[in-house]
Design a binder for this molecule. Structure first.
Ligand code: GLA
Length: 389
């Protein structure tokens, strides 16, 4: 990202120099999918693609926001006294919701501000551009107004924006990864307790490749909420016998012994994924720590299969992409990442094999699906922060 472009845009729009600059990343999830809202473990990392902002305080109560990514929306303006969701405010509802909940939590935002934003996270790809903009707003308010809101509170407020302001019933993984990411480490997070541990990802001989299906994620939110309620149904049936608060508390054996309590076969499959995926994620951390990348790759593959067959959130585009990836030489493992129903998959690939990998998987996908996939090499980077102007 060229910060001077962002500064020039700011000067052109607001006829003044910005005071400060901020960045918040996107994320990929290495393993642990659809486990966060089931009280299980996830293993995401922040990536160096993300969202940038330059900003300065105003003297009045106006907030004026402009996104280089959405020039047709122009400058979106609202007042600190009126922070309700408004459809015509479009993308700006994410920062607006964040300001709203930061103010509601009792923090003093004494004046408005103006701000230019630009992101380089591939659009609609399921790499958490919305969590990125939520946490970006959090560090921006902290930085401009010296609010000192703890990071974990910003993460929880970001989730609240998603759940209550925007209306998507997502878990805590995305905001946590965007808020807590660090260069070259993954985060093993227990979503029930929010205890976490950083695990170095040392991939001297390999690259993480992000593969974008370019499939629009229509219906994604309704299917997402449907999976959530299926898991809630499984939990409440299991609770008739077991003293558990979340599916993530069960071992595979405990699940197998009690699965007959779940009356619907579909719901049973959903719960099986939640339990097995959680166990797989904890195991994957051990594999990585032991330097056993091959075993880690196998766990990634198993994760995809479970998401395909039991959780049924992959869809033909992600399946063809991941299957093509599995067939290539030099591939350690590949799986969908994020919510599914389109969006992105990831693969770990040997350095020397990357070029052929991208060419071959790209050709296979185009042949089978009829439009192109995009490929990016992922670097694991820092979480949301103030940066140099
Ligand atoms: C989306 C949600 C997350 C998580 C994943 C699936 O990214 O925002 O909370 O549930 O899907 O693992």
């Amino acid at each position: 990202m060229n910060m001077s472009t962002l500064q020039t845009a700011f000067q052109d729009l607001f006829h003044a120099l910005p005071e400060k600059a901020f960045f918040a990343p996107g994320r990929i999830n290495l393993i642990g999918e659809h486990t966060d809202y089931n009280g299980g473990h996830v293993f995401p990392c922040a990536i160096t693609y993300g969202t940038y902002a330059v900003a300065r305080k105003r003297k009045d109560r106006k907030v004026r926001l402009y996104s280089v990514n959405f020039p047709d929306k122009g400058i979106i303006e609202f007042n600190l006294n009126q922070l309700d969701y408004e459809k015509q405010h479009n993308w700006a509802n994410y920062p607006k919701g964040m300001i709203r909940y930061i103010v509601d939590a009792g923090n003093e935002v004494p004046t408005g501000f103006e701000c230019v934003i630009q992101g380089n996270i591939p659009n609609g790809a399921g790499l958490s551009s919305s969590a990125s903009i939520e946490l970006l707003t959090g560090v921006l308010l902290n930085g401009l107004f010296e609010l000192a809101i703890p990071r974990i509170d910003l993460i929880k407020l970001g989730k609240k924006v998603e759940n209550e302001f925007i209306g998507v019933n997502s878990g805590i993984m995305d905001q946590f990864a965007v808020g807590m990411g660090k260069k070259d480490v993954g985060i093993l997070l227990d979503c029930q307790t929010l205890k976490y541990e950083y695990a170095p990802i040392q991939l001297e001989n390999h690259k993480i490749i992000i593969m974008n299906t370019n499939k629009r994620r229509e219906l994604a939110d309704s299917k997402y909420n449907e999976r959530r309620s299926e898991c809630e149904e499984a939990l409440s049936q299991l609770q008739q016998k077991l003293p558990i608060e979340a599916l993530g508390q069960l071992s595979e054996v405990e699940f197998d012994e009690n699965q007959h309590i779940i009356t619907s076969e579909t719901v049973r499959k959903r719960a099986k994924h939640a339990v097995y995926e959680n166990v797989r994620t904890m195991k994957a951390l051990g594999e990585l720590k032991a330097g056993n990348l091959e075993a880690f790759g196998q766990s990634m593959n198993q994760s995809h299969i479970s998401l395909r067959d039991d959780y049924e959130v992959t869809g033909v585009e992600l399946d063809r992409l991941v299957e093509a990836a599995w067939r290539q030489p030099g591939v350690i493992g590949a799986r969908m990442t994020g919510a599914g129903f389109g969006g992105c998959a990831i693969a770990i690939v040997e350095n020397e094999a990357v070029e052929n990998f991208i060419a071959n998987v790209g050709t296979a996908y185009l042949d089978e699906i009829g439009y192109v996939a995009d490929f990016y090499v992922a670097s694991i980077g820092d979480g949301a922060k103030e940066i140099e102007l």
